[in-house]
Design a binder for this molecule. Structure first.
Ligand code: PEP
Ligand code: MG
Length: 325
């Protein structure tokens, strides 16, 4: 099985009826890039920058970050890399920073909320990313966005960062694309308005499932309630994709669900042609893409959208797999 998968490493991910799907990788550190590239990834769909801030005793400086971002982007050549700004809080803490004691850290001082409160830390990171973007294919993504105001405030800080770099004579990509994670149900509900503010959406199913089903993603006792194929999740995916398409902005998925081959026909059926996942999932997802028709996926999604339960959705997905195998 594994040998067969190895054979498709350099085969483009195209459905039987000719639809190409871009398979990018999620990376947690710059050290993972080389390995990811051996899988012929189309780019880095999610660079979780927080790991650059962890396992050390002080905030990384602008220069340290610039070097790290530049190194990763350089290795990718023309392929795009989406750097997500610091997503700290929730389950991720920093040794050198005291966080407030919180009863519900996942609903608390986290990600964009932290960044907009700690503007200097945010601006330092934005400057490092901007500098690395000169002649490189880098995009910025804000985590855990739940309102238009957050995007506008973040963009204001981005503009300040640009002004300061210009004054110092630094080069950067003036048209650097800015996108957001769609991982809070509120963002799905207003996806049509958010789509007017940004260049792209990337759906973070890990948090989206946690928040929409009110199931702590870290809590083993309720793991059974964490259902990626819950009809509520499927509807949220559809609403987000439709909003992105209506406004002609890029749409991708970067949560774990993107790396689940059973979910692949769902994404293709919804019209998602960019998936970002851990390297380990890449070949299994590609194998699935090579064995299905986009037309069948579209039919499948029509049926799935009428399902009343997770089990019904899973049954339809399994029936389709059965067909293939
Ligand atoms: C997600 O929430 O789906 C995601 C990709 O981000 P993280 O897992 O880092 O929260
Ligand atoms: Mg997340």
């Amino acid at each position: 099985r594994q040998e067969n998968l190895q054979k498709i490493i350099n085969v483009p991910a195209i459905t039987l009826d000719g639809k190409e799907v871009h398979l990018a990788v999620n990376i947690n550190s710059q050290n993972e890039v080389d390995y990811a590239l051996t899988y012929d990834a189309s780019g880095v769909g999610l660079f979780r920058s927080e790991y650059l801030y962890m396992d050390r005793d002080h905030f990384p400086t602008e220069e340290e970050q610039f070097i790290a971002y530049k190194e990763v982007a350089q290795k990718l050549g023309n392929k795009p890399i989406i750097i997500r700004t610091l997503d700290i809080g929730g389950d991720k803490q920093l040794d050198y920073l005291t966080f407030p004691e919180e009863d519900n850290p996942f609903l608390g001082y986290r990600a964009i909320r932290f960044l907009l409160d700690q503007k200097e830390i945010f601006k330092t990171q934005l400057k490092a990313i901007l500098r690395a973007s000169a002649n490189r294919n880098i995009k910025i993504m804000y985590p855990m966005i739940s309102s238009v105001e957050e995007i506008r405030k973040a963009n204001q800080i981005l503009e300040q960062a640009k002004d300061e770099l210009l004054q110092k004579g630094f080069e950067f990509n003036q048209n650097l694309e800015v996108g957001i994670m769609i991982e809070v149900p509120a963002a799905v509900a207003i996806a049509d308005v958010l789509a007017q503010e940004v260049d792209f959406f990337s759906i973070g199913t890990n948090d989206l499932i946690q928040y929409v089903l009110a199931v702590d993603r870290m809590n083993e006792h309720i793991a059974d309630f964490y259902e990626p194929f819950h009809p509520a999740v499927i509807r949220m995916l559809k609403q987000t994709v439709d909003a992105a398409k209506a406004k002609h902005i890029d749409i991708s998925v970067c949560g774990e669900m993107a790396g689940d081959a059973n979910a692949t026909p769902i994404f293709i059926g919804l019209g998602v042609h960019k998936l970002s996942m851990s390297s380990q999932s890449m070949l299994q997802v590609k194998e699935r893409i090579l064995s299905i028709n986009e037309a069948d996926c579209k039919q499948l999604i029509d049926h799935i959208l009428k399902c009343k339960t997770s089990s019904e959705v899973i049954a339809l997905v399994e029936k389709m797999n059965h067909h293939i195998n």
